[in-house]
Design a protein around this ligand. Structure first.
Ligand code: HEC
Length: 152
C-alpha cells in the first residue's frame, strides 16, 4: 500500500483503486508478474520479470506507458537475471484493451505496491503517448525505449 499521505489525495486514491479492474482480472498484469510483483524467475528459465525495484518501472513514466500500450519483447536484465526470448514470452500490448484511465490505474497500482514508489500517472500522461504511438503495430524492443523519444 502506498503511504497514507498519497492515499489522502482523492485523485490518486481513485486511480489506485481502479486497479481492481485492470490488474486483478484474468489475463491481466498479475497473471504474469504475479500477485507479489516478483514475476517468475526460475533457475535459468526466467519467464516473467519482476515489477518490484526495477529501474525501468520507477524511472520514466513515458517508457512504462509505452510498454503497457504496445508490449515489449527483448533482452533485459533485472535483479541479476536475464529475461527475454527465447524463455520469456512477450509483454502483451494493452492499447486495444485498456482506456487511458485503465492504463494509468494499472501503472499506479504496480508502481506503488510491493514497496515501490513512483509519481502518479494520470490520463493526461497516457493520452499524448497513445496519440504519438498510435501507428505502432509491433512490440517495443528494449533498445527502442532506451532512446527515450515519443515516437512509434
Ligand atoms: C502475458 C504475460 C504478461 C502480462 C499479462 C503482463 N506482462 Fe508485463 N511483461 C511481461 C514480460 C514477459 C515482460 C518482459 C518482456 C521482455 O523483456 O521480453 C514484461 C515487462 C513489463 C514491464 C517492463 C519491466 C522492466 O523492468 O523493464 C512493465 C512495466 C510491465 N511489464 C507492466 C505490466 C503491466 C502494468 C501489466 C498489466 C496491465 C502487464 N505488464 C501485464 C509479461 C506480461
Amino acid at each position: 500500500m502506498p503511504e497514507d499521505k498519497k492515499m489522502r489525495d482523492t485523485k490518486f486514491k481513485n486511480s489506485y483503486e481502479l486497479r481492481q479492474k485492470p490488474c486483478f482480472k484474468d489475463g491481466s498484469c498479475q497473471t504474469c508478474h504475479c500477485e507479489t510483483g516478483k514475476g517468475l524467475p526460475q533457475g535459468d528459465l526466467n519467464i516473467y520479470p519482476p515489477l518490484v525495484d526495477s529501474d525501468w518501472t520507477t524511472g520514466d513514466k513515458e517508457r512504462t506507458i509505452k510498454i503497457v500500450l504496445h508490449g515489449m519483447h527483448g533482452k533485459i536484465v533485472r535483479n541479476g537475471k536475464t529475461y527475454g526470448p527465447p524463455t520469456t514470452s512477450p509483454m502483451i500490448p494493452y492499447a486495444g484493451l485498456y482506456s487511458d484511465a485503465e492504463v494509468a490505474a494499472a501503472l499506479n497500482f504496480v508502481l506503488n505496491t510491493w514497496g515501490s514508489k513512483a509519481d502518479e500517472i494520470t490520463v493526461a500522461d497516457v493520452k499524448p503517448v497513445r496519440a504519438a504511438t498510435k501507428v505502432r503495430k509491433l512490440f517495443w524492443k528494449p533498445e527502442d525505449l532506451s532512446k527515450g523519444e515519443i515516437t512509434a
